[in-house]
Design a protein around this ligand. Sequence first.
Ligand SMILES: O=C1O[C@H](COP(=O)(O)O)[C@@H](O)[C@H](O)[C@H]1O
Length: 264
Amino acid sequence: MSLSGAHNDRGEVKVRDSLDDLSTELADYIAELSEASVKERGVFAIALSGGSLVSLMGKLCEAPYNKTVDWSKWYIFWADERVVAKNHTDSNYKLAKDGLLSKVPIVPSHVHSINDSVSAEEAADEYEFAIRQLVKTRVVSVSDNSDCPKFDLILLGMGPDGHVASLFPNHSVLNEKDEWVTFITDSPKPPPERITFTLPVINSASNVAVVVTGDSKAEAVHLAIDDVGPDCPSLPARMVQPNGKLVWFLDKPAASKLDHPHQG
Ligand SMILES: O=C1O[C@H](COP(=O)(O)O)[C@@H](O)[C@H](O)[C@H]1O
């Protein structure tokens, strides 16, 4: 069974029976956005996250996507990164390189990873500076409402606590309005030092997809998507309210606590 539908104002919710079906749906979605963006702008600026998302993107390395996607037009960024060496097992760059980037013909100079040899604060500043240069040359588009970058697609995962990127519940960086990229040194999930896109950047994207699997995340999915009333917690995932299009990719266990899991 495959379900898909609009869910209040929290975007489109796609629920798939198996991880295999979910991966195929995700690969189709990314490939379609890539094609549309290359047609419209000549490039595709995509920001990745780490965690379980990357293995769910694995189908992109297989036929037909490995041949049909115009990889030469892809520019890769990270919505969040752990401030560790690039060959460290905690590195989101390493995860993406091993699982995706080394298997498709991405242009190496289009891969924009952080400087891993400076402090978290400097890494965040340098990363924002690099993105600012690419906004000037329109490799990354600019928001219609602010000076924020408008990524063609930002891919997010979500933790059981409702964190997205490295924006954790009740953390002061959730209030950051001015910076595009900020840093934390007290992540509740190791490693502690991370850089992260801020909410204004995430919410300026043309498309945001949140990819969530497993029953340990079902409660957070419910709180992030359903109409939970005035007591609705300021869950980071619920604060993802992009100007562009929001799509949730869920397996059945992750969707199991939604009020209307079969909506649409
Ligand atoms: O620490 C992180 O966690 C989230 C969620 O990871 P998951 O393995 O539970 O899917 C991830 O999206 C983020 O990029 C990462 O740094």
